[in-house]
Structures are given as structure tokens and as C-alpha cells.
Design a protein around this ligand. Structure first.
Ligand SMILES: [Fe+2]
Ligand SMILES: [Fe+2]
Length: 223
């Protein structure tokens, strides 16, 4: 008789080991929950899984550059993955509509910020993620939504996520646009610095681009 474990018991073993490591490390359990939620959301959105992983990496690099501790930067990277989690509640015909949205549809779409906040705020360990979900479309000059906050009144974690989100959208290919080169993306980012984006956060992004560390971290994701 073979002593090989059956496929079912091997799967059970893996499941048990994952459960044990989650029990041992609550932070890991939190990251696990974020992954699941973020991936479930992806199924409903045009974004590929790549966007979420890149957002996490870009946010983490910017946060480190701004002087955040490694642990806080990692946690922030994970929380940023949930920035669009409220899109789960937006009707598919609005979310996937090709072409421009009507004023009414735009208002529905913009609710993904407040809905995401409501989904997350109930959990004590998701308050930072909730702030990001609510405020990642605020603009430095106060012209953003949903609360029209300006400058430092916008939580830093949301300002960092906005910069990472815009940069990644520019360098990624979407149905309606080609992937821009990093140089083109940097030029575009500079144009909206001070209006949409926080100049200090943009400086941090430019620094991790210029020293090559962001490119290395993103290439690492792909391999
Ligand atoms: Fe969003
Ligand atoms: Fe995004």
C-alpha cells in the first residue's frame, strides 16, 4: 500500500496549516482577508489582479520614502488594495459602460467611495482602509469627492494611494488606452501636481522612480 497522502488529505493539511498560521498572527489574518476581498472585487471590475499588486507595491515604496516604518508601509500597501472595494455595490451596467457616463450615472459611480468606507469602517482593523476608500478621489486643491477636502485635511494614506492609483493607471494598458511610458506618465503626473495630487507625495514617487527602486520592486512582482 502506498504511504502517499491522498489529494484530499494533502489539501486538508494545507488548509490546517494556513489556519494555524492565521491564528498565530492576526496581522497575517488581516492581510489574508484583504486579499480575498480585493480579489472578489476584481471579478466585478475592469482592473486586472496586476493593478492591485502594483498599487500595493507603489504605495509601500512611497510610504517608505516619506519616512514611514517598514511595518506601517506594508500595512498601508495592503489597505490601499481596497481603495475601490465599494465598486462591488455599483450596478454592472454603470461600472462596465463603454463611453461617457451621464450625470446621474457619474453620481452613482462616485458613491463607490462612501460605500467602500461604510463596508470597511465596521471592522476595527480596517479603519485606515476605510479612510482610503472614502478619500482616494479627493484632490489637493479641494475639487475632489466625496467630501471636497483639501491639502492636509485629506488623510495622508489617501493622498499616497491617489498618487499610486493615477501613476499605475497611466502606465497600464486599459481597453480604451495604451500603456504610457514611465516618462510620459511622469510628465502627466507633474501637470496635475498641486491641483489633484499632493506635491510632497509626488516628490516621493519621483524619488523612488529616479533611484530605480520602484522599477526593481515592480519587476520583482512579475517574475
Ligand atoms: Fe476609486
Ligand atoms: Fe484603482
Amino acid at each position: 500500500m502506498s504511504s502517499e497522502p491522498s489529494p484530499t488529505s494533502a489539501a486538508q493539511d494545507r488548509h490546517d496549516r494556513r489556519q494555524q498560521s492565521r491564528d498565530a498572527d492576526p496581522q497575517r489574518a488581516r492581510f489574508d482577508a484583504i486579499y480575498r476581498l480585493a480579489r472578489a472585487n476584481e471579478a466585478h471590475d475592469e482592473d486586472t489582479g496586476g493593478h492591485l499588486k502594483r498599487i500595493r507595491t507603489i504605495v509601500e515604496r512611497i510610504a517608505r520614502r516619506l519616512g514611514m516604518s517598514p511595518d506601517d508601509a506594508v500595512a498601508l500597501g495592503y489597505d490601499a488594495m481596497l481603495h475601490d472595494v465599494g465598486k462591488m455595490t455599483i450596478p454592472r451596467q454603470v461600472l462596465m459602460k463603454p463611453g461617457a457616463l451621464t450625470v446621474k450615472e457619474r453620481a452613482v459611480m462616485d458613491c463607490h467611495t462612501t460605500r467602500g468606507h461604510r463596508m470597511l469602517i465596521e471592522r476595527d482593523d480596517m479603519h485606515q482602509a476605510a479612510r482610503i476608500a472614502r478619500h482616494h478621489h479627493e484632490a489637493w486643491d479641494g475639487s475632489g469627492y466625496p467630501d471636497g477636502l483639501a491639502g492636509d485635511a485629506i488623510p495622508l494614506e489617501a493622498r499616497i494611494t491617489s498618487v499610486a492609483d493615477v501613476f499605475d493607471a497611466l502606465i497600464s494598458q486599459r481597453e480604451y488606452k495604451r500603456a504610457w511610458s514611465w516618462e510620459e506618465a511622469q510628465t502627466e503626473i507633474r501637470k496635475i501636481t498641486g491641483s489633484r495630487l499632493d506635491p510632497a507625495v509626488v516628490d516621493a514617487l519621483m524619488a523612488v522612480i529616479d533611484d530605480g527602486s520602484l522599477r526593481a520592486a515592480l519587476e520583482n512582482l512579475e517574475s
